[in-house]
Design a protein around this ligand. Sequence first.
Ligand code: PHE
Length: 339
Amino acid sequence: MVNMDTIKSEYQAELALVTDAKQLGEFWTKYLSKSGQIQKLMGGIKSVPKEEKKAYGQAVNDVKNWAQARYEEKKAEMDRQAMMARYEQETIDVTLPASSVAAGNLHPLTSMKYEMINVFAGMGFEIFEGPEIEDDDHNFTRLNVLKDHPSRDMQDTFWLTEDLLLRTHTSPGQIRVMDAKKPPIKVLVPGKVFRSDSDATHSPMFTQMEGLVVDDHITLGDLQGMLDQFVKAIFSDEAKTRLRPSYFPFTEPSVEVDVSCFKCGGKGCSLCKGTGWIEVLGGGIVNNKVLENCGIDSFRYSGLAFGIGIERIAMLKYGINHMGKLFENDIEFLKQFKA
Ligand code: PHE
């Protein structure tokens, strides 16, 4: 008669040697399939004496259940190990430094423009953008820069036709705004402007930001107050402004605005050429003629206007010595402005 214990220990020894899914499959075929060894034990009942058949059948059944249970255990253990191995492999070390993603950054002029817009938006300015191709009327005549007047020479103009030109400043934006809207007006006009001029601090194309405020009782004090806030926000809390008399046909009185040197604090250095002050922009009280040219009653209303060169502010703020650098798009230069 077959010794059940021998079969069990053989079964167990062989199962212990199984290490992968393929071997487990083969093991199952050998022992547990229809033609497997455990099944065959059942066939052995034929040669067992009648009175022992019951006990034999019982014993084979026990072995069968026992074998099936061991098999399930083994399979569960192997599945668990496979899963652990996969977990091990898929482990992510969250403390590893991430590989860097090369991201671009805003061009310094763009971020400078946004920074300036932010400051003025905080004072309630709206944004208006006019066309880069203008006519004589908006760029000059209605701004009180009359034909044949010497003040036209202040801006070397790229003429496209007798009447059309590339705007030499953002001031025509003033006319367009006052044509479209009546006081109270508080707008900012950023944009490209063009002049036939090129050296270390001039470029044939550059960007300006025009400011225009028209309302009751607007004075030079309002202009200085706003610009004071502006230079403090852009350069330093200690920065102060100073107005110097100047001339623009579209403002009366006109001023040049200086900022106290933010490098030496006003003592005098190479940046401010020893004066303690740096010229940053032009402005003034809107000439009554300009208001009237736009149908605004100059007895009732007054206005202030200013024009800021964005490149100039960026060059001063970042210590850039040649305006061309802002247009060459040298990647190494631009990378330095990564926030
Ligand atoms: N448009 C002038 C320029 O480009 C600047 C300016 C604007 C002056 C507004 C006064 C008022 O030089």
